[in-house]
Design a protein around this ligand. Structure first.
Ligand code: UDP
Ligand code: MG
Length: 313
């Protein structure tokens, strides 16, 4: 008999977690020939999320809880879920019911039929998302793909079914800054899409404010592409060529008398400001990668678990 874990990261989801549990459970109960478990990761919630989970786990011993010592972020929570996973298969799904658990049987079927290691869910449509989020994420995934050495499927979140091969390889990845959907693509093996309609959040607010979106995007970009570093090289190159041309132009101007070198305040100001900006920008890009090196070298754990429920250590 195959075993399946449903990995659900939760951060302040008190309004929805009970319903999520019920909907996931009723889907799992319909599966035949599969023994399934639910792993809730409480990512430092400050509301009643942990309390509700604990109640659920006291009745249903197939529900596991990993309780973080504080909020470590969505990607760390999913990472913990995969790290603790001992089953043949795992589904990563959000707590807010944006990803309908009802398609899990279809995911399993697709995996079986295609003999795949990953079935990733591609959003055909997204309800209840701000126009800014839709637009920025569309643009971002395309931008990332154009820069990254690995190609990622577009319009895909972390919602997916993975098998034990992927779980095993994922658990060997040592980097701290995890961009999970990218890493799973990077691992390789057979990965197939499944198209679905993404719903609006059941209740509560998004836990990804603009600030977190930016930090998520910058992890994705800087861990999956070294091309921004090349930016300074190409800008520098353009500047040097421009400089040489200008120098020749002025030298010839002096000889043939077609320039009057004194009147040049505006052009000098423009050049100084422009290259000042270019330098700050490129130093900033360098700084971004040095910051990452700093974080990785410190080698801190990605998350700290305060306690677990229904899991023997
Ligand atoms: N989440 C988390 N830690 C965080 C932020 C989010 O565990 O710091 C969880 C959250 O509870 C949800 C999932 O990650 O299950 C996705 O978050 P959310 O739905 O707020 O993001 P959105 O769908 O708006 O991008
Ligand atoms: Mg959501």
């Amino acid at each position: 008999m195959k075993t399946l874990s449903i990995i659900i990261p939760c951060y302040n989801e008190e309004t929805v977690i009970q319903i999520t549990y019920e909907r996931v459970k009723s889907v799992l109960n319909q599966l035949t020939g599969i023994k399934s478990y639910i792993t809730f990761i409480n990512d430092g919630s400050t509301d009643r999320t942990l309390e509700i989970m604990t109640e659920i786990a006291s009745v249903d011993t197939d529900v596991f809880i990993l309780n973080f010592s504080r909020n470590f972020g969505h990607q760390a929570a999913v990472t913990a879920g995969i790290n603790y996973c001992k089953t043949d298969l795992a589904v990563i799904i959000d707590a807010d019911l944006q990803d309908p658990p009802e398609i899990i049987p279809d995911l399993l079927q697709t995996m079986e039929k295609e003999q795949a290691n990953v079935v990733y869910c591609v959003r055909k449509s997204r309800e209840g998302e701000s126009r800014f989020k839709l637009w920025s994420s569309k643009l971002f995934y395309r931008f990332l793909n154009s820069l990254s050495e690995v190609k990622f499927p577009l319009d895909t979140g972390d919602f997916r079914l993975i098998d034990s091969t992927i779980i095993k390889e994922f658990n060997r990845l040592r980097e701290r800054g995890k961009y999970i959907r990218g890493l799973i693509s990077w691992v390789g093996f057979k990965q197939v899409p499944y198209y679905y309609e993404r719903n609006a959040r059941h209740s509560g607010k998004t836990k990804y404010p603009f600030r977190k979106m930016i930090s998520f995007a910058s992890t994705a970009l800087s861990y999956f592409s070294k091309k921004p570093l090349l930016l300074s090289v190409s800008l520098g190159f353009i500047a040097v060529i421009g400089g040489i041309i200008l120098a020749i132009w002025y030298a010839l101007g002096k000889i043939f008398g077609y320039t009057n070198a004194e009147s040049g305040f505006t052009s000098i100001m423009i050049i100084v400001i422009f290259f000042g900006g270019v330098q700050l920008l490129t130093i900033g890009v360098l700084g971004q990668y040095i910051g990452i090196l700093f974080d990785e070298v410190k080698n801190r754990p990605e998350y700290i678990i305060e306690n677990t429920i229904n899991i023997e250590q």
